[in-house]
Ligand binder design. Structure first.
Ligand code: 4NP
Length: 148
């Protein structure tokens, strides 16, 4: 059974903390964390505009702090969820020999959206659109994990 899920983006201040915040509301029985492939924002709280929009939807991200993805995450988590193809490739490049931990795109769980990545709102400034896609993907992930 999948009990430990890690969400990964580039900076770990917009998409992956939002994904973690939404998914932990939806599935409190699963332990979650998030990380960035970069170390640019280590120790930072989620980006202010992202926190603000998440809060209007009932997701408090204020306790989260950015950290960098590390090779031991392959052992610590049952499932690693990347926000885009670049994140996925950076994660796969660190996979230890013998590790079979699945790494999937978050949008794989939202085929009805036709999206193949979660666009980065740090650049697009579309925080609402990002959370729409994250909420649909989180619901799809919950269904895929067969959780109540
Ligand atoms: P995220 O967005 O990967 O969704 O956290 C970004 C946040 C910050 C930067 C890039 C992406 N940055 O260049 O600082």
């Amino acid at each position: 059974m999948t009990q430990h899920v890690l969400f990964v983006c580039l900076g770990n201040i917009c998409r992956s903390p939002a994904a973690e915040g939404v998914f932990r509301s939806l599935c409190p029985q699963v332990t979650t964390d998030s990380a960035g492939t970069s170390g640019w924002h280590i120790g930072d709280a989620p980006y202010g505009p992202m926190q603000k929009v998440a809060k209007t939807r009932g997701h408090d991200l204020s306790d989260l702090r950015a950290r960098q993805f590390k090779v031991t995450d392959f052992d610590s988590f049952d499932l690693i969820i990347a926000m885009d193809q670049s994140n996925l490739e950076d994660i796969e490049a660190m996979r230890p020999i013998g590790s079979e931990t699945p790494v999937r795109l978050f949008t794989d769980y939202a085929p009805q959206t036709g999206m193949d990545h979660v666009p980065d709102p740090y650049y697009t400034r579309d925080f609402d659109g990002c959370l729409d896609l994250i909420e649909v993907s989180a619901a799809g992930l919950k269904a895929a994990l067969d959780l109540d």
